[in-house]
Design a binder for this molecule. Structure first.
Ligand code: NAP
Ligand code: COA
Length: 266
């Protein structure tokens, strides 16, 4: 089998698939032969994303659905199953974020991000369950370093992604016996994304963050798609409940000191 056929005959469902990292994952799996379903709030953005996959020769279904609306998500899974058969891989990546000091943030601002990231991930994974191939399905949440370490002005996103991490582990325990694996990928800063545009709005902030990463660069959407290909694939068949950091070393902490320039005996 060539690499291009690896996911032929399998169905991928991507929540939050109209742009950025999640669309990159959908495009990658379409190239590997998977049938792909995409959902996000905007019918226009979903149609544009789906058209791009069709133009590249992929098979795709684009559906407008808000992850905060359980019945809309359930209906999207039913439509996907009717069009493509049982679902093999589910990506829960819909999210919202902005920088806001907690002392000035409204209760509704905090709730909105928790509703999209955490309740949305519960809705997506819970709604998927009846439609999954069992055994064999693989569910992957897109989390973030904020889920495991605090960040200033992101109390809402940190709390939401920490919940996503724990939800991933709880579902992995409950659904493992049915042959369903549940994991998460935690991207570091990824070039050219809405997320990083919102968090590092100036070239100076971007350079400062790059300088702290062990690998000294932002990641690419393709690097996250490659990581998800591994987790969703047969090579990871004994992995469940894992949070896989794909972050250039971000979770290691501040690596800005030039250790290699320090003399052997300072
Ligand atoms: P993005 O392009 O803004 O992607 C977010 C997606 O979620 C969009 O397709 C958006 O489409 C959809 N969405 C938002 N609210 C939704 C809702 N209520 N229901 C359904 N869909 C919704 O952002 P990104 O930066 O690529 O981030 C993608 C994922 O990676 C997120 O989970 C984020 O937390 C994670 N992440 C990103 C980075 C980074 O460097 N960018 C780092 C770590 C983790 P519509 O507007 O059409 O709804
Ligand atoms: N700072 C402080 N509060 C903010 C804010 C900001 N930058 N942006 C929105 N809010 C508040 C709003 O004022 C509102 O609270 P209020 O009712 O007390 O006034 C609350 O958040 C909800 O805002 P609303 O615009 O109604 O929410 P929405 O559901 O239409 O959009 C968001 C969700 C706010 C997360 C929006 O930024 C979004 O659509 N994000 C998706 C893209 C994204 O964030 N990508 C990066 C992924 S990591």
């Amino acid at each position: 089998m060539t690499r291009s056929e690896t996911f032929a005959g399998r169905t991928l469902f991507v929540a939050g698939g109209s742009s950025g990292i999640n669309l990159g994952v959908a495009e990658h799996f379409a190239r590997l032969g998977a049938r792909v379903a995409l959902i996000s709030r905007s019918a226009e953005r979903i149609a544009k994303a789906a058209a791009g996959i069709v133009d590249a020769g992929g098979q795709v279904l684009g559906i407008a659905a808000d992850v905060r609306d359980f019945s809309a998500v359930d209906s999207a899974f039913a439509q996907t199953r009717d069009a493509f058969g049982e679902i093999d891989i589910v990506i829960s990546g819909a999210a919202g974020n902005f920088l806001a000091p907690a002392a000035g943030m409204s209760s509704n601002a905090f709730k909105t991000v928790v509703d999209i990231d955490l309740i949305g991930t519960f809705n997506v994974f819970r709604a998927s369950f009846p439609y999954l191939r069992k055994p064999g399905a693989s569910l992957i949440a897109i989390t973030a370093p904020q889920g495991a370490r605090p960040e200033m002005f992101q109390a809402h996103a940190c709390a939401a992604k920490a919940g996503v991490n724990m939800l991933t582990k709880c579902l992995a325990m409950e659904w493992g016996p049915a042959g369903v694996r549940v994991n998460a990928v935690s991207p570091g800063p990824i070039d050219g994304t809405e997320g990083m545009a919102r968090l590092t709005a100036t070239p100076e902030l971007e350079a400062a963050l790059r300088g702290k990463l062990a690998l000294r660069r932002y990641g690419t959407r393709q690097e996250i798609a490659d990581c998800i290909e591994y987790l969703a694939g047969d090579g990871a068949r004994y992995i469940t409940g894992a949070i896989l950091d794909c972050d250039g070393g971000m979770m290691l902490g501040d690596a800005s000191a030039d250790a290699l320039a320090v003399p052997e005996r300072a």
